[in-house]
Design a protein around this ligand. Structure first.
Ligand code: PBG
Length: 328
């Protein structure tokens, strides 16, 4: 195709946009699979692979199946994984975290430093009621008991070799508590990637099926951020940074784009975005109906996250990055 520019226009847009080489030369945004984190769901005691509605090739995996999937992902260039451990049994109190420990140990024993394993710290897959903290008899969050359990989970997975911990529970003060107990147990070098600006959202649907973590009553609005609030959303990350979070995060990603730069400026910390299950599933669904090109649409969203200043991305499509031209 030949494109003629209008010589009378000193500002021609065509001159700089007509050639792929010139577009590449001037692209202001670049990144590779190095900045992507792939979530992995390991179901304790399960075997094989069980699909998750809407999430494409992401599945609930038994340990052996998960190790196979991770091996393929590492070959494809993925270096960062976010582990969600799903216990076979749930409880209301006295939670134990052996499943998360076992899964962490299995991955790190097999892959060592070939990958960086971040482990999600939350109680919602472990509790019978599906809330992210423990409840008092009145059904309200019991903060002390919740922090105690979260701290034990973080120390357990750090003992098992986790490279980083990632609290997603949104309990008050959890980042400071995790930093304290990790340090006390000799894990002063383990970084905390806090879900620091996490909204109550309708976009977590497929995840809650995957993690068997849907609240059995009520919702998460008494501990997750109200989407109408900007000040609260930024303050939440600022607080987490002050409590010792090493990496910050906005979640859901696309509905938080406007907050990434303000948080980075206010804290001086790396701020990532979580392209959550419902965001990813919406692309899968559009493509299934023949309404979009999945690969191109996924890539488009990733460029937008990067353009908005996201230092890293958690996405269910990380393993496709090399195939999309973002190899290492
Ligand atoms: C657990 C947790 C959730 C997600 C990550 N950790 C769900 C929730 O808060 O209800 C959502 C991730 C996704 O939707 O991909 N607290």
């Amino acid at each position: 195709m030949t494109v003629t520019t209008d010589a009378r226009a000193p500002w021609s847009q065509l001159r700089l946009r007509q050639s792929a080489h010139v577009r590449d030369l001037l692209a202001e945004t670049r990144f590779s699979v190095d900045q992507l984190i792939q979530p992995i769901f390991i179901v304790d005691g399960a075997s094989g692979s069980q699909p998750i509605t809407g999430l494409g090739d992401n599945a609930r995996l038994g340990e052996a199946a998960a190790l196979d999937v991770i091996a393929r992902d590492v070959d494809a260039g993925v270096r960062h994984f976010l582990l969600f451990s799903i216990p076979a049994r749930k409880a209301e109190s006295n939670l134990r975290f052996d499943p998360a420990k076992r899964a962490t140990d299995a991955v790190k024993t097999r892959f060592g430093d070939a990958l960086c394993l971040w482990v999600d710290i939350c109680l919602c897959s472990s509790t019978t009621h599906g809330h992210c903290g423990l409840l008092d008899p009145a059904g309200r969050i019991d903060l002390d008991a919740s922090l105690d359990a979260l701290g034990r989970m973080a120390v357990d997975v750090a003992d098992a070799g986790a490279d980083g911990v990632s609290p997603s529970d949104m309990m008050d003060g959890r980042t400071a508590h995790l930093r304290k107990v990790l340090d006390e147990h000799g894990h002063g070098r383990v970084p905390i990637m806090s879900y620091s600006t996490k909204f109550a959202s309708q976009f977590y649907g497929p995840f809650r099926e995957a993690a068997a973590s849907a609240p059995q009553f009520g919702d998460r609005r008494h501990y997750q951020i109200d989407v109408r609030s900007r000040r609260d959303a930024i303050a939440s990350s600022v607080r987490c940074a002050g409590e010792g979070a090493d990496l910050l995060m906005v979640k859901p990603g696309l509905t938080s784009l406007d907050l990434i730069s303000p948080i980075a400026e206010a804290t001086g910390k790396p701020v990532g975005a979580y392209q959550v299950s419902g965001e990813y599933a919406s692309l899968v669904s559009l493509a299934q109906q023949g309404l979009t090109n999945f690969d191109a649409a996924l890539l488009e969203t990733w460029w937008v996250f990067r353009r908005a200043g996201a230092a890293y991305l958690i996405t269910y499509g990380a393993r496709q990055a090399a195939a999309l031209g973002l190899g290492r």
